[in-house]
Ligand binder design. Structure first.
Ligand code: RFL
Length: 393
């Protein structure tokens, strides 16, 4: 089988790319390891940046999020020195997030792609990308009977995440910059209405706790946990008690409890692959760079890169010249590093790092964190900087 562009992965990156390539008249196919129902229900991100919404709007892909999304522009910090709220939607550039669950966005993108006649194969895992240094790369998969299938292409877009075939097929000269923030989160999805009308960040000596609305009946919570602890280590009651404690329920009132419908441990780590072009293989989304979820940049970068990559691929195919693809790599990396820098700052703001918290004996990091929060609480310039970076990509 063949296509001008073979896209690996049907997450936000792969499906935005598929839609934009189709709109540009580029022949493409999307290969996805999971089933249709799996990608339509996989809960992950929820905070879309204004630039993400602008990109989707520009390409007529934002109807669903305008119908079902909600504007959001406030976060609340709760600390030992008292709490403070930042109406970031009125600070910086005056822009807000749109809260819209990632699985809804993926469902919208998929529906549109298929309605427009887009080709997609589910339950089709790419094993490797071959001959990326040539003008005829190909991808290997298997058909439902287990027979090998070869997909010939002009270009292969690796949008298959951090463990995908694109990363495994990188040539030896590809550099992967990796950084481990050293902290882990227990990520929870609760069948419960939000407990506050803001993103909640609790900075506590026992560790970080976070609160993020996903919809009227579902709320995401995070609890910093010890590295290596299993997701099922704590009972639901213990989880809610710990959340109440760190979110300072005594001061602010108890959280609205409900069944925990999903849980998983996330080690906060990040990486960047450089460059994003390796001959005829291009990377976008988590395959290009992984960001820790502390600043909610991952899905937004995925959409931004897919937009840039679609334009570059269309130009490269039209002119038979890959210069636009090199520009894609350089341009995207500039955005990626900005997002990594802010994520690193945010991670430092929210956590007692291992061995550096008060109980670990070192007051130095706790002192820095205190100063950083104090500056954010009191300095309008710092708040504007925060708002601009928090909603920006
Ligand atoms: P995805 O969404 O992981 O999609 C990749 C797709 O590729 C498929 N795949 C393969 N297909 C074929 N062959 C193979 N060999 C394949 N290997 C994998 C997979 O099945 C999948 O369908 O990557 P993409 O498109 O780059 O999008 C990235 C985002 O999904 C990710 O960055 C965000 O979810 C990160 N993230 C958040 N980002 C935000 O912007 N805001 C948030 O609030 C936010 N919260 C989160 C998050 C990630 C989380 N996890 C996963 C730790 C919260 C959580 C809990």
């Amino acid at each position: 089988e063949s296509a001008d562009v073979v896209v690996l992965g049907a997450g936000p990156a792969g499906l935005v790319l598929g839609n934009l390539l189709m709109a540009a008249g580029v022949e493409c196919v999307v290969l996805e390891r999971a089933t249709r129902s799996h990608i339509r229900t996989r809960a992950r991100a929820g905070f879309l940046a204004p630039n993400t919404v602008r990109i989707l709007d520009r390409h007529g892909l934002a109807d669903g999020l305008h119908r079902g999304g909600r504007s959001h522009g406030t976060c609340e910090f709760r600390t030992a020195d008292g709490g403070f709220r930042l109406d970031y939607g009125g600070l910086g550039r005056g822009e807000q997030h749109t809260v819209y669950p990632q699985q809804n966005l993926v469902s919208d993108l998929l529906e549109r792609y298929e309605d427009d006649g887009g080709r997609i194969r589910f339950s089709t895992e790419a094993f490797a990308v071959h001959d990326t240094d040539s003008a005829r790369p190909y991808v290997t998969t298997r058909d439902p009977d287990g027979r090998p299938v070869r997909w010939d292409a002009r270009y292969v877009a690796g949008c298959d995440g951090r463990h995908g075939a694109a990363r495994r097929s990188l040539p030896p000269d590809a550099v992967r910059h990796h950084h481990d923030h050293g902290v882990s989160w227990l990520g929870l999805l609760a069948q419960a209405p939000p407990s506050l009308d803001a993103v909640g960040y609790a900075v506590h000596d026992r560790g970080f706790a976070g609160h993020m609305a996903r919809g009227p009946h579902v709320t995401r919570y995070y609890l910093q946990c010890r590295r290596g602890s299993p997701a099922d280590a704590w009972s639901e009651e213990r989880i809610w008690d710990e959340l109440d404690l760190r979110m300072r329920a005594e001061e602010y009132g108890p959280l609205r409890r409900g069944p925990i419908i999903e849980r998983g441990v996330v080690d906060l780590a990040c990486d960047v692959v450089e460059p994003l072009r390796h001959g005829s293989l291009l990377l976008a989304g988590d395959a290009a760079s992984l960001t820790a979820p502390a600043a909610a940049k991952g899905a937004n970068l995925a959409v931004l890169e897919a937009d840039l990559l679609a334009g570059a691929l269309a130009e490269a195919l039209r002119r038979d010249d890959g210069a636009a693809l090199d520009r894609y790599s350089a341009q995207s990396l500039a955005y990626i590093w900005r997002a990594q820098e802010f994520t690193q700052w945010m991670t430092g703001l929210l956590h007692a790092l291992p061995g550096q918290d008060r109980s670990g004996g070192s007051f130095f990091h706790a002192g820095l964190r205190h100063a950083r929060l104090d500056s954010l609480r009191t300095s309008r310039a710092h708040q504007d900087w925060f708002a601009e970076n928090y909603v920006g990509v």
